[in-house]
Design a protein around this ligand. Structure first.
Ligand code: DQA
Length: 150
């Protein structure tokens, strides 16, 4: 474990296309812009970040498993796998780390299939609908959570 707690920030499928993907829903910022914002915000909170993205469900599972030994918490935007993946829920459960679920869009205002999340059942809390700000809000909440644990 690092001297400063490290937060795994995990991004699921198609989030690598932010900036060009449905900007009316997801905004114009790229995932790189969001990563930079997270690094700066985490730094101010005394946290390190491990910011990752994959389009492959199994890779996300492997990243979650590996974080057991390195991370103090997980912030996850599971993207479409949020609504389908028992494997990601199982991996988060076995990580035994505090989990915060985020979504850029307010999924509850969208199609019914986006209203159910396999991640919510294993998350400490959920932040949705504030665009890229959901990541910094989640980092604030995670800092508090970790502080409470130590
Ligand atoms: C999303 C919402 C999901 O329903 C969708 O599949 C995404 C992005 C969001 O951040 O708003 O890919 O997770």
């Amino acid at each position: 474990m690092n001297e400063r707690p490290e937060i795994l920030i995990l991004n699921g499928p198609n989030l690598n296309m932010l900036g060009v993907r449905e900007p009316q829903i997801y905004g114009r910022e790229t995932l790189g812009d969001i990563e930079e914002m997270c690094i700066a915000h985490a730094d101010a909170l005394g946290l390190d970040t491990d910011f990752r993205q994959s389009n492959v469900e199994g890779e996300l599972v492997t990243m979650i498993q590996a974080s057991r030994d390195t991370a103090a918490g997980i912030i996850i935007n599971g993207a479409a796998y949020t609504h389908t993946s028992v494997a990601i829920q199982d991996a988060l459960k076995l990580s035994d780390l505090p989990v915060i679920e985020v979504h850029l869009s307010n999924v509850h205002q969208r199609e019914p299939f986006r209203h159910h999340s396999y991640i919510s059942a294993v998350a400490k809390g959920i932040i949705v609908g504030f665009g890229s700000q959901v990541y910094t809000l989640a980092l604030d909440a995670m800092a508090r959570l970790i502080e409470g644990e130590t």
